[in-house]
Design a protein around this ligand. Structure first.
Ligand code: COA
Length: 156
C-alpha cells in the first residue's frame, strides 16, 4: 500500500531497501530481528526519497498482528513521526481485518510506554527477564536496566 501525503509518503519496503541501521536502533540484536523480518511487512515514512522512520508488522495469528519494530531517525525524533508511524500501523492492521494489535517494549522504555499507552494500547502482560534471557549484552536506558518485556495490546 502506498499513501502519499503532504507530510511524507508511506511505502512498503522490499528486502533490499530495509534500513538496518534504523532497525538496530529499535532492537540491538540483528539475530532477533532476523527471526521476525522474513515473515513481516516493513513500512517506511519517506520524505524527499529519504527514510525518516520505519514500522514493522509481524502476523501473530490470522486476526492478530504485532508491531515488532518502530524507529525514527535520531535527527527527526520528537516531531510526532513516531506517533504517526504507530497510527499508520494500527490503520494497516485494521484494513487487513485484524481484531488485535500488540507491541512489546522494555521496562526501561519510558518514552515508548508513554507513546503506546497514549495511543490506546493497554499493558496486558510482563515477560519477566526477557531481555536477560535473549540478549547477550546488558541493556540500559537512562540508568534503568532493561530486564522485562512489557506487552501491550489494543483491540481493533
Ligand atoms: C520511540 C520513537 C519511535 C518515538 O518516535 P518520535 O518521533 O520521537 O515520537 P513522537 O515525536 O511521535 O513522540 C511521541 C510521544 O513520546 C513522547 N516522548 C518522546 N521522547 C520522550 C522521552 N524521552 N521521555 C518521555 N516521553 C517522550 C513525546 O512527548 C510524545 O508524546 P506527546 O505527544 O504526548 O507529547 C523514537 O524515539 C525512536 O526511534 N527511538 C529509538 C528506537 C526505539 O526505541 N524504538 C522502540 C522500540 S520498543
Amino acid at each position: 500500500m502506498e499513501v502519499t501525503t503532504d507530510e511524507g509518503q508511506y511505502r512498503l519496503l522490499q528486502e533490499a531497501e530495509y534500513p538496518w541501521e534504523l532497525l538496530l536502533e529499535a532492537d540491538p540484536s540483528r539475530a532477533q530481528i532476523e527471526k521476525y523480518l522474513p515473515r513481516s511487512s516493513v513500512y517506511a515514512l519517506i520524505f524527499d526519497e529519504l527514510i525518516a522512520g520505519v514500522v514493522v508488522l509481524t502476523p501473530l495469528t490470522e486476526k492478530a498482528v504485532e508491531i515488532t519494530s518502530i524507529a525514527v531517525v535520531e535527527a527527526r525524533r520528537g516531531q510526532g513521526l513516531g506517533r504517526r508511524l504507530l497510527k499508520h500501523a494500527i490503520e494497516t492492521a485494521r484494513i487487513r481485518g485484524c481484531t488485535r494489535i500488540e507491541i512489546g517494549t522494555g521496562n526501561s522504555g519510558q518514552a515508548q510506554l508513554h507513546l503506546y499507552q497514549s495511543a490506546g494500547f493497554a499493558i496486558t502482560g510482563i515477560d519477566r527477564g526477557y531481555f536477560v534471557r535473549n540478549y547477550p549484552e546488558p541493556i540500559e536506558e537512562n540508568g534503568v536496566p532493561c530486564v522485562d518485556m512489557i506487552r501491550l495490546t489494543m483491540e481493533l
